[in-house]
Design a protein around this ligand. Structure first.
Ligand code: 13P
Length: 338
């Protein structure tokens, strides 16, 4: 039987983090389009292969989250992506939700779908090498009504049903409740909403008898809204995030892997560093970044194989910086001189 606690702990052990490359063809297609890259299955595969074959990636990355399409694509060596990751001592994960859809009766709020048939899909992914899975719930935030109790409850319930099915299948669930960065809210409002969101999620996880020792929590940090005037700096972000999490996240959870959520790559590293400079926490505090790891390599690659090496170097810089920040050891010397 899979030791879920060992997997959930190992994913973030020794400062390693998670590389999120599980964008749907639609989402990555949008990012490709901005850079003039054609979004074909071949280009998407080439891009993901470039990322995971970055030299020494396994020194800083313990897991990579893939999307369904990538999971069955072959690399140029003829291997599958999970096989290629395993060679580098990187665990393969799979996004199993089918996306956030408008929630009926709740304007501007969404509920994540994908529970139907999930037991069978998890069994098939496990067969193909999935060690962990991911499900992302998104919480709209504003100063007055959102997130509403109805949207919070629906998302927390789905996250818990998903997590229980993963554990039944011997797969570690990444539980991802994301409070959006979009909005003009203050950091205090984000703290209040994040605390309520996490309380709701842990209530539902308990109701569905999820073993907290065998999950990875992937939350958003407590930050000021993107459109707001006053922006909290790294120290305030770190102190407020750690205070909220100390109040509501049980110490049984082994690993918290933050998402980057639209922060710049350097901001995401600085925030992680500030948190880990506060000393030991009840959980490992690490990263599961998508854009904050990929923004630089993607804009360097631009769909041209002549740029592969430079793009890999850029991914290595960010992965190494975030691994250092996960140990509280990051400083400006990790950033290339510009
Ligand atoms: P970002 O770090 O870009 O938010 O992506 C993480 C992720 O996996 C979103 O679901």
């Amino acid at each position: 039987m899979t030791d879920l606690h060992a997997v959930a702990t190992d994913l973030l052990a020794n400062g390693r983090g998670i590389l999120a490359i599980d964008e749907t063809p639609g989402t990555i297609g949008g990012r490709f389009e901005k850079l003039g890259i054609e979004s074909t299955p071949e280009n998407r595969s080439a891009y993901r292969e470039l990322l995971i074959t970055t030299p020494d990636l396994g020194s800083w990355i313990g897991g990579a989250i893939l999307q369904d399409e990538t999971f069955s694509q072959k690399t140029t060596s003829g291997t599958t992506f999970p096989e290629e990751l395993a060679k580098r001592n990187i665990a393969a994960g799979i996004k199993v939700d089918t996306g956030a859809k408008p929630l009926a009766g709740h304007p501007n709020e969404k509920v994540t779908e994908g529970l139907d048939g999930l037991r069978d899909r998890l069994a098939a992914y496990k067969e193909k090498g999935a060690v962990f899975a991911k499900w992302r719930a998104v919480y709209t935030i504003d100063d007055e009504v959102a997130p509403t109790p109805g949207a919070s409850q629906a998302n927390a319930h789905a996250l818990a049903r998903y997590a229980a099915l993963c554990q039944e299948a011997g797969i570690v669930p990444i539980v991802e409740p994301e409070v959006m960065l979009e909005g003009a809210h203050s950091i205090e409002r984000c703290a209040e909403v994040t605390a309520n969101t996490l309380r709701g999620v842990f209530n539902e996880l308990a109701a569905q008898r999820v073993d907290l020792r065998g999950i990875v929590l992937k939350p958003s940090m407590v930050v000021s809204g993107k459109a707001g005037e006053a922006k909290a700096g790294p120290d305030e972000v770190a102190d407020t995030t750690l205070r909220v999490f100390a109040e509501v996240v049980p110490a049984a959870v082994p690993s918290i892997a933050f998402l980057s959520g639209g922060q710049t790559p350097v901001q995401a590293t600085e925030h992680l560093q500030a948190m880990n400079s506060r000393g030991q926490q009840p959980w490992q505090v690490g990263f599961s970044y998508g854009r904050a790891l990929q923004d630089d390599p993607l804009s360097i690659w631009k769909g041209d194989s002549a740029n592969t090496e430079k793009a890999q170097e850029a991914l290595a810089v960010r992965a190494k910086a975030n691994a250092a920040a996960s140990k509280g050891e990051y400083d400006a010397s990790y950033e290339p001189a510009s």
